[in-house]
Design a protein around this ligand. Structure first.
Ligand code: NAD
Ligand code: UDP
Length: 324
């Protein structure tokens, strides 16, 4: 527990989501006050119900596309649906959330003269032609495809962050987050880790899109949250962007094997078409994070899958109990 004089009041937008709820937990453990603002589009009250009676936690139902007037010392801007199924459900709203949300949160940070961190994404690199991706790489992004609402929304948000920094001297931090997994992922969000675990637990076929040779690098959520907080704690000269991810790279077929190894069961693999604009390779170069934050991930995929699978088992048991 920190001393009272270092306690901060911290706004986490998207705090009822998968990553945001873990970030709220960690900030509370550090002794801060947390204001969680979320419209519960993809987040759930279940993710934060254990904080319901916490004296330093407050939940506010709020949509970041509208201005917010609160008094805080720091802002983590995470509000945005993150899985392709969710962000493609209402693409116009996704762009609004990224762009109007960034403008509103940056306006708030400007009025309060406080640090603000943006949860950006490896999607700003699109289907990358440089491998692994360094922060200097400008990306290879389709501006008019089905993923563009998310990719271009996040790219525009980064532009806004850097313009507020240049124009208004705002202390900004931009984290480019690579695929993250862990407990509290949404079971129906269509992401590969949650899909495969849910399918394996239910004994239904594991859906491999394309030939399964495309790669991703999977970071356990605790490692990510530690990285985000370390970035926020840097001095004002550090703006980022900084890649935060686990450089351990796996093909989707390798991931399926790992999940089946741990869950057991007799799910077979089925091939489904590769979604449009699906990046073929993704792996972060984390040299900058190592140098600036002294950060690197410590939890390998096989280890992080254990609590993640345990979480989904619990969720499945709840669903089965409810179904009678
Ligand atoms: P999530 O969908 O679980 O969480 C997003 C949260 O934002 C949800 O609680 C949702 O209800 C809320 N939200 C959405 N639109 C909102 C709006 N208009 N106003 C207020 N709240 C809104 O996703 P996540 O995986 O926790 O992602 C959190 C952040 O990290 C997102 O900004 C995402 O783009 C970024 N990110 C995540 C990953 C990943 O692998 N999980 C990778 C790259 C970037
Ligand atoms: N994927 C898959 N089967 C699934 C879900 C996803 O093969 O049931 C693939 C998807 O095509 C992509 C990769 O897994 O190549 C990661 O997908 P996810 O939606 O998790 O994240 P993103 O594409 O945004 O990295």
């Amino acid at each position: 527990m920190r001393l009272y004089d270092s306690r901060k009041r911290i706004l986490v937008t998207g705090g009822a989501g998968f990553v945001g709820s873990h970030l709220c937990d960690r900030l509370l453990e550090q002794g801060h006050e947390v204001l969680c603002a979320d419209n519960l589009f993809t987040g759930t009250k279940r993710n934060i119900e254990h904080l319901h009676n916490h004296p330093r936690f407050e939940f506010m139902r709020h949509d970041v596309t509208f201005p917010l007037y609160v008094e805080v010392d720091q802002i983590y801007n995470l509000a945005c649906p993150a899985s392709p199924v969710h962000y493609q459900h209402d693409p116009v709203q996704t762009t609004k959330t990224s762009v109007h949300g960034a403008i509103n949160m940056l306006g708030l940070a400007k009025r309060l003269d406080c640090k603000i961190l943006q949860a950006s994404t490896s999607e700003v690199y699109g289907d990358p032609q440089q491998h692994p991706q360094t922060e200097d790489y400008w990306g290879h992004v389709n501006p008019i495809g089905v993923r563009s609402c998310y990719d271009e929304g996040k790219r525009c948000a980064e532009t806004l962050f850097f313009d507020y920094h240049r124009q208004n001297g705002l202390a900004i931090k931009v984290a480019r987050i690579f695929n993250t997994y862990g407990p509290r992922m949404h079971p129906k969000d269509g992401r590969v880790v949650s899909n495969f675990i849910w399918q394996a637990l239910n004994g239904t076929p594991i859906t491999i899109y394309g030939d399964g040779s495309q790669t991703r690098s999977f970071c356990f959520v605790d490692d990510l949250v530690r990285g985000l907080i370390s970035l926020m704690e840097t001095d004002d000269s550090v703006t980022g962007p900084v890649n935060i991810g686990n450089p351990g790279e796996f093909s989707i077929l390798e991931l399926a094997e790992k999940v089946l190894e741990q869950v057991g069961g007799d799910s077979n693999l089925v091939r489904e078409p590769l979604p449009s604009d699906d990046p073929m390779q993704r792996c972060p170069d984390i040299t900058r994070a190592r140098n600036l934050l002294n950060w690197e991930p410590t939890i390998p995929l096989a280890e992080g899958l254990i609590p993640t699978i345990a979480y989904f088992r619990e969720l499945l048991a709840e669903h089965q109990a409810m179904a009678g």
